[in-house]
Design a protein around this ligand. Structure first.
Ligand code: IMP
Length: 190
C-alpha cells in the first residue's frame, strides 16, 4: 500500500520506512508535490496531527499519517506544549527555547515534564489517533550534545543522563516518538 507521511524531514521518513519494511511504500510531502506549508492551528498535539493528515487526504487524495510533538512542563501548566518549536519567538531556535524554559523554572522545585507525540492516520477517510509519551524532569542546566530541540535539559525517568547525553539508539528505544511509532506499526500490521 501507498501511504503518505506528512513530513519534509527525510530522516524521519527513512527511519519509519525502515521499520515498516516492504509492505508499505512511504511517500513524503515532496513526493506528492505538496510544497505549501500545511496549517497547524489546533490547540492540541492530536488536533494538529489530524489537521495535517486530513489536509493531505482531502487535497491530494492519499491515505496519510502525521505527527506532532511537544514538551509539557507541569509547573508551567503544560507549556510549551503545542508551541514547543517556537516557544521563544518566531524562529525555531532550540537554544533560545531552552533558555526560556530554564528562566521560567528558576527557583521552581517541581521539575516534572513529559514529551508527547501524537500521530493521526487517515485511511479511506477513517481517522485514528495514537500517542506516545515519556515522563522525566527538567534539569537545572543544559547537558550533552546529542539529539536536538529540548534534549539537553530533559532527563527521562529512571536515567541519570539527559536525552542529549544518550546514544541516539538508546534514546530511540524509549522516546515519546518511538513509543507512538510502535503503536502506528502495530496498527498497520493489525
Ligand atoms: P515536531 O512536531 O516533531 O516538529 O516537534 C515540535 C518541537 O518539539 C520541535 O521543534 C522541538 O523543539 C521539540 N521536540 C520534538 N521532538 C523532540 C525530541 O525528541 N527531543 C527534543 N525536542 C523535541
Amino acid at each position: 500500500m501507498k501511504l503518505v507521511f506528512a513530513t519534509n524531514n527525510p530522516n524521519k521518513l527513512k527511519e519509519i520506512q525502515h521499520i515498516l519494511g516492504d509492505q508499505v511504500e512511504l511517500l513524503g510531502l515532496t513526493d506528492i508535490g505538496c510544497t505549501e506549508e500545511i496549517p497547524e492551528t489546533a490547540p492540541t498535539l492530536e488536533g494538529n496531527a489530524l489537521q495535517k493528515a486530513m489536509y493531505v487526504y482531502e487535497k491530494f487524495g492519499f491515505d496519510c499519517f502525521a505527527d506532532d510533538t511537544g514538551l509539557e512542563i507541569e509547573a508551567l501548566d503544560g507549556e510549551p506544549g503545542v508551541y514547543s518549536a517556537r516557544y521563544a519567538g518566531g524562529a525555531k531556535d532550540a537554544e533560545a527555547n531552552m533558555t526560556k524554559v530554564l528562566e521560567k523554572l528558576q527557583n521552581e522545585e517541581n521539575r516534572k515534564a513529559c514529551f508527547k507525540t501524537a500521530i493521526a492516520i487517515v485511511i479511506g477517510g477513517k481517522k485514528t489517533l495514537m500517542n506516545g509519551e515519556v515522563q522525566g524532569t527538567i534539569l537545572a542546566e543544559k547537558r550533552g550534545a546529542e539529539g536536538f530541540g529540548y534534549d539537553p535539559i530533559f532527563q527521562p525517568e529512571g536515567y541519570e543522563l539527559s536525552f542529549a547525553e544518550m546514544d541516539l539508539s538508546e534514546k530511540n528505544k524509549i522516546s515519546h516518538r518511538a513509543r507512538a511509532v510502535q503503536k502506528l506499526v502495530a496498527f498497520l500490521n493489525r
